[in-house]
Design a protein around this ligand. Structure first.
Ligand SMILES: NC(=O)c1ccc[n+]([C@@H]2O[C@H](COP(=O)([O-])OP(=O)(O)OC[C@H]3O[C@@H](n4cnc5c(N)ncnc54)[C@H](O)[C@@H]3O)[C@@H](O)[C@H]2O)c1
Ligand SMILES: O=P(O)(O)OC[C@H]1O[C@H](O[C@H]2[C@H](O)[C@@H](O)[C@@H](O)O[C@@H]2CO)[C@H](O)[C@@H](O)[C@@H]1O
Ligand SMILES: [Mn+2]
Length: 441
C-alpha cells in the first residue's frame, strides 16, 4: 500500500487536532509517509504543531516525518494530498459577517445570505492564490477543499481551473446528519447509502438505504417526526446551537415531507425565525471563540506543558474521518460513496449544466463519478435556481469587480429580497471588508 504525503493548509485551524486524531484512527487505511502543516499565522500553527508532535510520538510513532512551515514552496513540494481549511479574515471577520445583516433584520450566518457572500469574496482570492502555489510544486496532488463558503469557492475554482480534475470540494454536513440518521435507525453511519441532491449547504436526501439495498427512508422520516431529531456526533451533540438546528430540520421535514433536508436550509426557509433566535451581541463566531477555539487552545497548551496527551479525552471526529476516508477512496480506487461537489453536466437535467451540485458520487482514482439524480420537482428546482444564480453573481462580481452584480446577488438571495435593504447591507459590508474584497466599480 503506497504511503501518502499529506499537507494540511490552514493548520492553525480549530479542526486540526481533530484531523490529527482522525489520521491516527485511520493510519492502517490511509498510511502516511509524511505530514506537513502550512499556515500564514506562525503562532497559531505552532500551538497545534507542538501538540501534534506529542500526539504523533505517542500514537503514531511509525510516522517518521512531521514538519510545519509558513513557506509555501517548502510546504507544497511533492505532495500526494493537500487538505485546505483556511479562513480569510479569521473568526473576527466572521463575527462582522454575522452581525451586519442582523442590524437590518436579515439572517447573519457564516455561509448563508449576506454573511456568506462577504466570506465568499474574501475566500476566493486566497483560495485561487493557494491553488496556484500548490500546483507549482505538486501538479498531481489531490486537493481536498473544505474552506467555506464551499459553494462559492467551488464555483470560483471551477472557473479559474477548468481543466484541473484533481480539486475536490467537500462538506461534512451531510455525513454529520447521517450520523444522527444511523443512531435513530440503530445502524452504523458507514452502513448507510444516501441519495442526495442540491448545492452545498442547500440540499436534500431523497433516499437512505442500508448496504443490502433496503430502503429505510419512510421509516427514518417517521422516526424523526415521532421521536425528534438531534445531533449525535460528539463534536456537536451537546452544543445548544446545533441542537436547535437539528430540531428545526425536523420541522422542515414536517412542513415539506417529500425529502429529508440539509440543516442549512433553515436559513432560507425560515429566515424570520432565524433572525428572532439570534443575539446580535453573541453570534456564532463569538460562541466558537469561547467554545471550540478556546477548548482546542487549552488542550494544546496542556499537552505541550505536560509533554504527553495521556489523560486527555481525545477522539477522531466525523469531520476528519470523512475527509480522510474520501482521500482513501481516491488514493486506492475504493469506489466508496461520498456526497461531494461536482459540475452538474447532466446529473440533474433540469438544472443549469454548469452548476456545482452536491450529489452522491463514487470516489475512484479517476475522481468522483456521480450517480444520476434525474429531473427534480418544481419547488426544489426553483429554490436551487435562485440560490445558484446568487452564487454565480457573487463569483461574476469578484472577477468583474462589479457593485451591481453584488446588489443583484443579495436581492436574489431568499434571506434578503428587498433591494433597498440589500444596498444598505452591501454598503456596510464593503466598508467592513476593505483590504479583503476587490475594489468594486
Ligand atoms: N466544508 C465544511 O463542511 C467545513 C467543515 C468545517 C470547517 N470548514 C472550514 O474550514 C476552515 C477552518 O475553520 P476554523 O473554524 O477552524 O477556522 P480557523 O480560523 O480556526 O482556522 C483557519 C486557519 O487558516 C489560516 N489561514 C487563513 N488564511 C490563510 C491562507 N491564505 N493560507 C494559509 N492559511 C491561512 C489561519 O491563520 C488559521 O490558522 C473554514 O473555512 C471553515 O469554514 C468547512
Ligand atoms: O459554527 P461552527 O463553526 O461550529 O460550524 C460551522 C460548520 O458547520 C458544519 O460542520 C460541522 C459538522 O457538520 C459537524 O460534523 C462537526 O464536525 O462540527 C462541524 C462544525 O460544528 C458545516 O458543514 C461547515 O461547513 C461549517 O463550517
Ligand atoms: Mn459544510
Amino acid at each position: 500500500m503506497k504511503k501518502q504525503r499529506l499537507v494540511i493548509a490552514g493548520s492553525g485551524s480549530t479542526y486540526t487536532i481533530g484531523m490529527v486524531m482522525s489520521l491516527i484512527a485511520e493510519k492502517e487505511n490511509f498510511p502516511l509517509e509524511s505530514l506537513v502543516f502550512y499556515d500564514i499565522d506562525e503562532k497559531r500553527q505552532a500551538l497545534n504543531a507542538k501538540a501534534t508532535e506529542i500526539l504523533l510520538k505517542e500514537y503514531y510513532p511509525e510516522l517518521r516525518s512531521f514538519t510545519y512551515t509558513t513557506d509555501k514552496k517548502e510546504a507544497f513540494k511533492n505532495a500526494d494530498f493537500v487538505f485546505v481549511q483556511i479562513r480569510t479574515g479569521g473568526l473576527k471577520m466572521r463575527e462582522k459577517d454575522e452581525q451586519i445583516p442582523l442590524k437590518y433584520g436579515v439572517v447573519g450566518q457564516e455561509t448563508c445570505g449576506p454573511g456568506g457572500m462577504a466570506y465568499g469574496l474574501r475566500s476566493i482570492k486566497d483560495m485561487i492564490e493557494l491553488i496556484y502555489d500548490i500546483r507549482k510544486q505538486s501538479p498531481n496532488a489531490w486537493i481536498l477543499n473544505y474552506t467555506n463558503p464551499a459553494a462559492i469557492v467551488a464555483e470560483a475554482l471551477k472557473r479559474e481551473f477548468p481543466d484541473d480534475r484533481k480539486i475536490l470540494n467537500i462538506c461534512d454536513m451531510p455525513i454529520a446528519i447521517m450520523v444522527s440518521y444511523a443512531k435513530i435507525l440503530g445502524l452504523e453511519v458507514w452502513d448507510l447509502v444516501p441519495e442526495y441532491f442540491g448545492l452545498n449547504h442547500f440540499g436534500w436526501f431523497t433516499k437512505i438505504y442500508d448496504k443490502s439495498g433496503n430502503d429505510l427512508t419512510e421509516r427514518l422520516k417517521n422516526l424523526i417526526i415521532e421521536k425528534g431529531f438531534k445531533p449525535e456526533d460528539a463534536e456537536i451533540a451537546n452544543d445548544p446551537s446545533w441542537i436547535k438546528t437539528f430540531e428545526q430540520a425536523r420541522k422542515t421535514l414536517m412542513d415539506f415531507p417529500e425529502y429529508l433536508p440539509n440543516t442549512y436550509l433553515q436559513y432560507y426557509l425560515y429566515p424570520e425565525e432565524m433572525v428572532k433566535k439570534e443575539d446580535p451581541n453573541h453570534t456564532r463566531a463569538r460562541q466558537v471563540m469561547e467554545g471550540r477555539e478556546k477548548r482546542v487552545r487549552e488542550l494544546c497548551g496542556r499537552i505541550i506543558e505536560k509533554g504527553t496527551a495521556a489523560g486527555e479525552d481525545l477522539h477522531a471526529d466525523i469531520h476528519g474521518v470523512y475527509m480522510i476516508r474520501a482521500a482513501e477512496s481516491l488514493a486506492y480506487n475504493l469506489h466508496q460513496y461520498f456526497i461531494v461537489m461536482v459540475e452538474n453536466r447532466g446529473v440533474i437535467p433540469n438544472l443549469p449544466q454548469d452548476a456545482m451540485v452536491e450529489v452522491t458520487c463514487v470516489l475512484t482514482s479517476d475522481g468522483p463519478k456521480p450517480f444520476a439524480v434525474g429531473e427534480i420537482p418544481t419547488f426544489y428546482k426553483g429554490l436551487i435556481e435562485g440560490q445558484f444564480a446568487y452564487e454565480k453573481l457573487v463569483v461574476d462580481a469578484y472577477y468583474e469587480k462589479s457593485y451591481l452584480k453584488l446588489l443583484q446577488a443579495l436581492t436574489l438571495n431568499r434571506t434578503v429580497v428587498d433591494t433597498d435593504k440589500a444596498r444598505r447591507i452591501l454598503d456596510e459590508l464593503i466598508e467592513a471588508n476593505k483590504g479583503y474584497w476587490p475594489d468594486l466599480k
